[in-house]
Design a protein around this ligand. Sequence first.
Ligand code: NDP
Ligand code: HSE
Length: 419
Amino acid sequence: MAEIAVLGYGTVGSGVVEVLRTNQRSIDKRAMQPIRVRRVLDLRDFPGSGIERILTKDFNDILNDNDITAVVETMGGVVPAYDFVKKLLLRGKSVVTSNKELVAKHGAELLSIAREKNINFLFEASVGGGIPIIRSLNSSLTADEITEISGILNGTTNYILTEMTQKGRGFDEVLKEAQNLGYAEKNPDADVLGYDTCRKIAILISLAIGQQADFEDIFTEGITKITQNDIEYAKMLDCVIKLTANARIIENGVYARVSPALISKNHPLSMVNDVFNAIFVNGNVIGDVMFYGRGAGKLPTASAVVADVVACVRSLNRNLMHFWSSEKRRIFPIEDNICSKLVRFSCENGAQKDKITSEVSNIFGGVSLIALPGNFDEYAFVSEEMRERDLDEKLKLLIKSGTAKEILSKIRIEGAREK
Ligand code: NDP
Ligand code: HSE
């Protein structure tokens, strides 16, 4: 029998206990022995939950229990999760976590402790909820040099943008709904400002190259500035707006960014809606592979956590996970990135469209202006592909020339592969 403990009985932690109960028979069969939850740690009491007998508020009850061989960490955050997880690994207990903040910051060190101790530190649920992307990078795509990883990595923001686009609903109202559905982080700024997506792409890059990609170095922009006007312009261009991550890996560094992007309706990512995530991986021999599934939520996430628990139980005294070294791989500054953008700017009310077109074209080369019906004080255009620093210089000229009063938004165009 394998005895385990769960740290944090919130959305994911309670899901783990539920999945282990619901699918007990098939899980035990696959694990080749019964798996039982011996302890649950949380700060609160959960009357009527059925876990009262095994609930503790003292971490030492788990750390010092020699019968517990694997521990699930679903508390979130770095403090005290890092301290707890490190202590557990040093005591020779395998750890499974859904905590991307912990993995992005301390993954290299925790993996190396697990390797030294010949146990496991597994984190499938930390990226893409229920999507088996970590296991695929770790064991299925090992013949390839990974050249690009991109996609939608956050369920909350994808849910919000889908509702705003398809039903015209307001940001705040939909965010509240995503929180009630258990999709959002404890502090939802992590979702809507893009930090959660940033940590996830940093984990994927680190695993793909076996070196540390620091999330602090990755340019990150969230969705809080996206308005219904941006969404309407996107529709005029047969596109939708999604929060995407993109990483292009070359020998001496990585071009990486997290930001909203316009995606053509012909691109498969445009059809990834609600809480779903999708991840493209390009390998130099396999080509493109796409992963799709629910990116957040109690049971899909718990499914990934429990699968990791089964892997730990089946692999006692056998380290499974690729190791990534703490040696840093350079992330290039965003200004070096080449992309094309939808630029929206305000101008004098009633300014002549022909005159503005010619002035914008003088700076950007031939462009066609688009305008929302009945709107006479702003225009938009799609720039050619260029380095971001060059685009910003040209926008300064547009303001200086008096053609544009203010740049209202600049949204990257996804799809044409970023260089
Ligand atoms: P919740 O806030 O729902 O659950 C966390 C639980 O841990 C809460 O019950 C919390 O108690 C408890 N807790 C926090 N600190 C401590 C502590 N020091 N000691 C004991 N218990 C503690 O979060 P989620 O379940 O949503 O998320 C957990 C982790 O999984 C996070 O890292 C998150 O990013 C990740 N994740 C979440 C997904 C989702 O869909 N929700 C999907 C994939 C990953 P209290 O409420 O009193 O603070
Ligand atoms: N808050 C995260 C999301 C949870 O919405 O994607 C899953 O990592």
